[in-house]
Design a protein around this ligand. Structure first.
Ligand code: NAD
Length: 510
């Protein structure tokens, strides 16, 4: 039986269409079609692939406002946020590839040690085949399209399985690629939920790029292990913000409010634990509270905070707040969650302790728990106790201290005197440590991650043999022993038998 997903605006409840989920046969057929398309697509020049991207960039620029409105309709986020974080970031990433992909994907010469003379060595970046992108609902456009574009630039064909929570954005992406006019089979969008995702994984794509929860990431990795499919996992976070007593407090307060409540806190990198130095706690709390109370909630414009996107997430946010309040925390703002509303009031909690869910588990909602610390070592320990390690921020006017602390945090990304923003620099790789994921995208390593790095070593081929080849002789032992001492020992071990052995070995080459 065909399942149908409704297209629903979470902020208004309006249902504006539906889409049929892909059947298992359609999933298998899509992978087969993408595999057939791969031969021709991987043989196109990078310049040609980039031309398709440029035409997408032009379309995003011309139709950005309209596209942002559609993303707002799918998610309940305010349109400005949809524009900044989904459209702008995508256009910027395309531009980055137009400028730098050539250099990042060109064969890269590497040095060859003298003992291997006259060989030359280089790395060739080879497309992998069919890349499956499985994406979440919180930034349903850019978290799907940026990995897709990265895979395409690197010469792969792509199958997207967008989130079933925001299916209209999956349709939007499908339409955009039709407008761009990619060859048949180069991009396929398979609509549906976890069954479609799981079928896609078992249809044996050549790489899986997954963004979503830790629980699903583990399932995908286990299923991929059956066929040794490489996986890249961009998972959850419990991102800390550390405010030292010498930080620009007003800036830190503005950063905390935005970092905690943007996209209603449904951000893998949102500030979910705030550690402020005890000396500035009162003033900082006053500032953060005042700024939080000034936020306007609404949809889709003239507001800072939109609605939640996923009704299921509201239950988790509520459980975390209830758990904290029952254990003695105080809601300085917000706190009262009505399950029948998709709008959650931005909530600041004080009096929280490390054992509470709100400090340990990913909340993914507009909640900012604030605690104090008294010294650097203590706060580093508290931050690093988390099983997550996606992003973090350190706020201080002391550059050396901020960098020292940043480098000690177990986190894939760290911002100093800012939040979340590391992701906005496409030159920086992005990804997590510990439960926050495996692998990196963005930056040169992130693009090369969509290729096989093939190591090629090239000998001119004019000698009849090599030093290390058969038949073995006592001369080879003497020669290698002499070389080992010369190259890696404290002093060379030259003697007449060694020199004679080398001479005889040299003659055997010709
Ligand atoms: P999710 O894990 O529930 O779903 C993500 C995607 O996986 C969806 O498309 C879903 O249909 C699919 N899926 C579910 N089960 C599957 C299975 N067994 N096999 C294959 N596919 C399956 O995550 P979500 O609720 O959509 O997203 C929120 C989570 O994503 C949060 O934990 C958040 O922190 C994380 N996230 C991480 C990043 C990052 O870059 N690290 C970015 C955004 C969101």
């Amino acid at each position: 039986m065909m399942s149908v997903l409704s297209l629903r605006n979470p902020a208004t409840g309006e249902v504006f269409g539906s889409v049929t989920e892909a059947s298992p046969a359609e999933v298998d057929a899509a992978v087969a079609k993408a595999r057939r398309a791969f031969a021709a697509w991987s043989a196109t020049s990078l310049a040609e692939r980039l031309r398709y991207l440029a035409s997408l960039r032009h379309y995003l620029v011309e139709h950005g406002e309209e596209l942002a409105q559609k993303i707002s309709q799918a998610t309940g986020k305010v349109t400005l946020e949809a524009y900044m974080t989904e459209i702008f970031v995508t256009a910027d990433t395309i531009r980055f590839y137009e400028k730098h992909a050539q250099q990042m994907l060109s064969p890269q010469p590497v040095p060859t040690p003298l003992v291997l003379w006259p060989k030359k060595s280089y790395i060739h970046y080879k497309p992998m085949g069919v890349v499956a992108v499985i994406s979440p609902w919180n930034y349903p456009f850019q978290l799907a399209i940026i990995p897709m574009l990265s895979a395409l630039v690197a010469g792969n064909t792509v199958i997207l399985k967008p989130s079933e929570v925001t299916p209209s954005t999956g349709l939007l992406i499908e339409e955009l690629f039709e407008i761009v006019g990619l060859p048949e089979g180069v991009v396929t969008v398979l609509h549906g939920g976890r069954e479609v995702g799981s079928r896609l994984v078992s249809a044996r794509p050549d790489k899986i790029f997954f963004t979503g929860s830790v629980a699903t990431g583990k399932k995908i990795m286990a299923a991929a292990a059956e066929h040794l499919i490489p996986v890249e996992l961009e998972l959850g976070g419990k991102d800390p913000m550390i405010v030292f007593d010498d930080a620009h407090l007003e800036r830190a307060a503005n950063g905390a409010v935005w970092g905690a409540f943007t996209n209603s806190g449904q951000v893998c990198m949102s500030v979910e634990r705030l550690y402020v130095h005890e000396r500035v706690y009162s003033e900082f709390l006053r500032l953060v509270t005042e700024k939080t109370k000034a936020l306007r909630q609404g949809f889709p414009e003239q507001a800072e905070v939109g609605s939640m996107t996923s009704p299921q997430q509201i239950g988790i946010v509520r459980a975390h707040i209830d758990d904290a309040l029952a254990a003695g925390a105080t809601a300085v703002t917000g706190g009262a969650i009505q399950t029948d509303s998709m709008f959650l009031a931005p909530t600041i909690l004080t009096g929280v302790t490390p054992e509470m869910k709100i400090m340990r588990e990913e909340t993914f909602g507009p909640v900012l728990p604030i605690v104090t610390f008294s010294d650097e070592a203590e706060v580093i320990r508290l931050v690093n106790e988390s099983p997550y390690g996606l992003n973090a921020s350190v706020w201080s006017a002391d550059k050396a201290k901020a960098q020292r602390v940043a480098e000690k945090l177990l986190s894939g990304n760290v911002c100093i005197n800012d939040v979340i923003i590391s992701y906005a620099n496409p030159h920086l790789p992005f990804g997590g440590v510990k439960d926050s994921g495996i692998g990196r995208y963005r930056g040169p390593v992130g693009l090369q991650a969509f290729t096989h790095s093939i190591s090629i070593i090239h000998d001119p081929g004019s000698k009849k043999r090599e030093f290390n080849w058969y038949p073995y002789t006592p001369d080879q032992q003497l020669m290698f022993s002499g070389l080992t001492h010369l190259l890696y020992g404290k002093r060379p071990k030259w003697n007449l038998p060694t020199l004679k052995a080398i001479w005889r070995e040299l003659k055997r080459l010709r």
